[in-house]
Write a protein that binds this ligand. Structure first.
Ligand SMILES: [Zn+2]
Length: 64
């Protein structure tokens, strides 16, 4: 049986060099790969709200 020491919930694999990087690190210390920031998710949520607002206005204008 092989013990996988690298399997830990506190780490994530770097797409650049396949190195196990600590989850709290935003940048890989080996190759300098920058992990995507959580801010991009908030941006897409804001866009979703904007699209819903546009749909609401279009429906409202059709009713008038
Ligand atoms: Zn890396």
């Amino acid at each position: 049986m092989k013990i996988d020491a690298g399997h830990d919930f506190g780490t994530r694999e770097c797409p650049g060099c396949a190195m196990q990087v600590e989850a709290n690190h935003n940048r890989c210390p080996v190759c300098g790969y920058e992990f995507p920031q959580p801010g991009t998710l908030q941006k897409s949520t804001r866009w979703g709200a904007l699209v819903l607002l546009i749909i609401f206005v279009v429906v409202l204008l059709r009713l008038l």
